[in-house]
Design a protein around this ligand. Structure first.
Ligand SMILES: [Zn+2]
Length: 248
C-alpha cells in the first residue's frame, strides 16, 4: 500500500493496525552506458512496493536523491550532502512518528547511502537518548540493502559470476528493466567488463572509470533476469520485515 495513494483517514486506521512503515531510498546518478540515472531509486521503489503488497504494509514516498557526490562527473547525477541527507531522514522520521509510526524500515538501492543513513540513525537515537524522557516514543530504524539477501547474492553469482562488479551491475540494471521494460537497452559493451579500483571525489571517479561502470558487465542484463531478482528479493525482504516488526 502506497502512502501517497491513501487518504489521511485510511492512514490513521492503518497505523492503529501496524506501527511499521517501509521507506524506499535510492539515488539519482549515472549507471554506465545502458543503465538508467534513476537505477538505485527505481530498484528500491519496485522492491519496496512488492514488500508492501506482500506484508500489507504502508510504503512511504521514495527518497530518490541520495549521497552521490562521486558521480557528479557524469551528466544527470545529483547529490545531497551527507548533512542534508541526514536532515531529510530526521524530518521524514519525525513527521511519520508524529502520526504514530514507530518502526522505520528503509529499503536502500545505493551503497553510497549506507554511511550517511547509518549516521542519521545514530543522530536520531542520540537525540532520543539525550532527551529527559529517553527514547519515548520508542523509535527503531532499520536499513536493508535490496541486494543484500542470500537469494539475490546466489542468483547474481549464478547469472553473472565475477562480471557482477560493484557499480552499474547487471543485477540492478536487469531489475530496472523489469520495472520499466520500455527503457531496456541491451548492448555489447567495450570493454565487456569495466575496470575495478577505488576513487575519492567526482573527478577521480571519472578518470578511473570513464564510462561510469566499476567492475561490471551490464551487457549481461535482461528483463527476464530482473523478474527473478524481483521475486527473490521481495520474498526474502518481506519475511525479514515481518519478523523485525513483530520482534522489535
Ligand atoms: Zn546503483
Amino acid at each position: 500500500m502506497q502512502l501517497q495513494l491513501q487518504t489521511w483517514a485510511a492512514v490513521e486506521a492503518c497505523v492503529k493496525r501496524s506501527q511499521g512503515i517501509i521507506i524506499p531510498i535510492g539515488s539519482t546518478e549515472q549507471h554506465g552506458p545502458n543503465g538508467l540515472i534513476g537505477t538505485d531509486a527505481i530498484c528500491a521503489e519496485v522492491i519496496a512496493k512488492g514488500v508492501g503488497e506482500a506484508t500489507d504494509a504502508l510504503v512511504a514516498p521514495t527518497i530518490a536523491v541520495g549521497m552521490a557526490q562521486h558521480h557528479l562527473g557524469f551528466a544527470g547525477s545529483m547529490t545531497l550532502r551527507p548533512s542534508t541527507l541526514i536532515a531529510v531522514l530526521q524530518d521524514t522520521i519525525a513527521s511519520l512518528a508524529k502520526h504514530g509510526f514507530r518502526r522505520f524500515f528503509f529499503i536502500n538501492g545505493h551503497g553510497g547511502n549506507i554511511a550517511t543513513v547509518t549516521a542519521a540513525f545514530s543522530e536520531i537515537y542520540a537525540a532520543a537518548s539525550l532527551a529527559p524522557s529517553g527514547n519515548n516514543p520508542d523509535i527503531k530504524c532499520r536499513l536493508k540493502n535490496w541486494w543484500n539477501t542470500a537469494g539475490v547474492y546466489k542468483l547474481s553469482k549464478e547469472l553473472y559470476g565475477d562480471q557482477e562488479g560493484s557499480h552499474a551491475t547487471p543485477s540492478e540494471v536487469s531489475l530496472t528493466w523489469f520495472a520499466h521494460p520500455e527503457a531496456a537497452m541491451p548492448m555489447t559493451l567495450d570493454p565487456p567488463v569495466a575496470p575495478k579500483g577505488g576513487f575519492t571525489d567526482a573527478d577521480d571517479y571519472r578518470r578511473n572509470f570513464p564510462d561510469g561502470r566499476i567492475g561490471s558487465n551490464p551487457g549481461l542484463a535482461s528483463t527476464a533476469a530482473g523478474k527473478r531478482f524481483y521475486d527473490v528479493a521481495v520474498s526474502e525482504i518481506a519475511a525479514e520485515y515481518k519478523e523485525w516488526v513483530a520482534s522489535s
